[in-house]
Design a protein around this ligand. Structure first.
Ligand SMILES: NC(=O)c1ccc[n+]([C@@H]2O[C@H](COP(=O)([O-])OP(=O)(O)OC[C@H]3O[C@@H](n4cnc5c(N)ncnc54)[C@H](O)[C@@H]3O)[C@@H](O)[C@H]2O)c1
Length: 469
């Protein structure tokens, strides 16, 4: 099928490349000429596993790039809208990009088409999109508006798209639903997974993909409710971690104990410095706002957001109590992305913590395997960017672990120890085993677990290094 995807950001680019891999002819539309030039030149603008392979496989053949939205719509049977829906100052979703795309689509409808919301939008958006297209001259009956929310996670976006837990098809018309099913047919009937060059199946993926057909309103709500629930799970375990710290319990054991209950499950029970990224913070605020507009005061969400904010502040207090004064301290920061596996720094708790530490007068040497080019655009020369974790740690008063990159979990701890001025690690992602850290001579602080302070001479609250050679 000929498909247009409007917006070639994290979601649009991955969706477009994956639709091409399912056998469709895809035109990816964006109004950012620089992005289009980079894509046409063979660049891969975001860090995602398997995306370079898919772009290489389909670029210029089943996947083309264009700034001409109307031509793309005219040429396509389905138009997926994947533009940004950032928060307004009031916290609700800014739908002006969606509206502007809907207006442009209206003038290009030259036969029955489906307009599919891929962006995360509040309930009732499909109604508005339908009205805007009608008001701008499209004939009633010449199109349907559907909601097909995207659940991909940055860092594993391609496999999430091709091996989804579920495909939600929200539509109020049979004709539209059957087109949507046709688009996803290779995942629903499993033929995609038999292709010799299919992207490899990740552990635990169940195939073929499960379809959940709903009304458009339900599909819109499914996306907001999913993100709100996941954020709630993170805030819940962070609150439990705080209790653990007060009573000397180990949150990791709690996670194991409650996660083994099938009704709860172990995933997303990761205590740390809180959630971030371009989705959870904005989607929670938008869900809160739309619920209010619909007459429900969803105060549970306020609490989820409050705990999340507090978690960062608690981490800062932990840094202070480990180092006493902060002005002039040199800190090695490992991780800037909002989570491991991505270069996305939007609403990253790591970035917010670095900002706060700079304000306190710290010197920061940072390393992130993928997010440094983006972070450099924010911090410029305020932060020293290192080429690896050991270089960042050289001469530092402490290491702060802020993103859960696999690479950090497997660092050579003896080498890390030898780089540091003081062997102090403050781990915001619980990447290390406290016992192992203690055995390596580190003073080690993590989240929801007792700190480890080896028997060693102390200066203030700082532990002087023992010569281990
Ligand atoms: N990033 C994620 O992990 C994720 C996951 C699921 C859903 N979502 C949702 O998907 C949507 C897109 O998110 P994203 O992270 O891909 O955003 P993004 O900012 O990375 O990409 C949006 C793209 O849309 C383009 N754009 C804006 N207005 C346009 C217009 N009028 N015409 C053509 N292109 C236009 C921008 O130039 C940009 O390239 C959001 O609603 C988001 O909440 C994101």
């Amino acid at each position: 099928m000929r498909i247009a995807v409007v917006g070639s950001g994290y979601v649009g680019l991955v969706a477009g490349a994956c639709f091409a891999d399912l056998g469709h002819d895809v035109i990816l539309v964006d109004n950012d000429e620089r992005k289009l030039a980079a894509l046409n030149a063979g660049e891969v603008p975001i860090h995602e596993n398997f995306l370079p392979e898919l772009l290489q496989r389909h670029r210029g053949r089943k996947l083309t790039f264009s700034s001409d939205l109307q031509a793309a719509v005219r040429a396509s049977a389905a138009v997926f809208v994947a533009v940004g829906t950032p928060p307004t100052e009031q916290g609700d979703a800014d739908l002006s990009y969606v509206e502007s795309v809907a207006r442009d689509i209206a003038g290009a409808i030259n036969g029955y088409k489906i307009i599919v919301e891929k962006s995360t939008v509040p309930v009732y958006t499909s109604e508005w999109v339908r009205k805007v297209i009608l008001r701008n001259g499209a004939a009633a009956g010449s199109y349907d508006v559907a909601s097909n929310p995207e659940f991909l996670r940055e860092g594993t976006a391609v496999v999430d798209f091709l091996y989804p837990d579920r495909i939600v098809l929200g539509s109020d018309s049979e004709r539209c639903t059957s087109l949507l099913r046709e688009i996803y047919a290779p995942l629903i009937d499993g033929t995609y997974y038999q292709k010799p060059d299919a992207i490899p199946r990740p552990d635990g993926a169940s195939i073929p993909a499960q379809v959940i057909a709903t009304s458009t309103k339900s599909a819109e709500l499914i996306k907001h409710a999913s993100n709100a629930f996941l954020a709630m799970k993170i805030s819940f375990i962070n609150a439990v971690a705080t209790v653990c710290e007060s009573v000397g319990a180990n949150v990791q054991q709690i996670c194991q104990g409650i996660g083994a209950d099938k009704r709860i499950g172990p995933r997303f029970l990761n205590p740390g410095i809180g959630y971030g990224g371009s989705c959870f913070p904005k989607d929670l605020m938008a869900f809160r706002a739309v619920a209010k507009e619909c007459g429900y005061d969803f105060r549970l969400l306020d609490e989820v957001m409050r705990i999340n904010e507090e978690q960062r502040q608690r981490f800062l207090r932990k840094v202070r109590s480990a180092l006493w004064t902060l002005r002039g301290k040199r800190l090695a920061v490992l991780g800037l992305a909002f989570k491991g596996g991505t270069d996305d720094i939007r609403e990253s708790p790591a970035m917010l913590l670095v900002q706060a530490l700079l304000q306190e007068g710290c010197q920061i040497a940072a390393y992130d395997p993928a997010a440094m080019p983006r972070a450099q655009e924010v911090f410029h020369s305020q932060v020293d960017f290192a080429s690896n974790a050991y270089e960042a740690a050289r001469g530092a008063d402490a290491v702060l672990v802020l993103t859960e990159w696999e690479e950090f979990a497997t660092l050579d701890l003896t080498r890390l120890y030898n780089q540091l001025k003081y062997p102090i690690v403050i781990d915001g992602r619980n990447l290390y085993d406290p016992e192992v850290m203690g055995a390596h001579g580190f003073t080690y602080y993590s989240v929801g677990r007792a700190p480890v302070v080896p028997q060693a001479p102390e200066a203030g609250s700082q532990t002087a290094k023992v010569n281990r050679s």
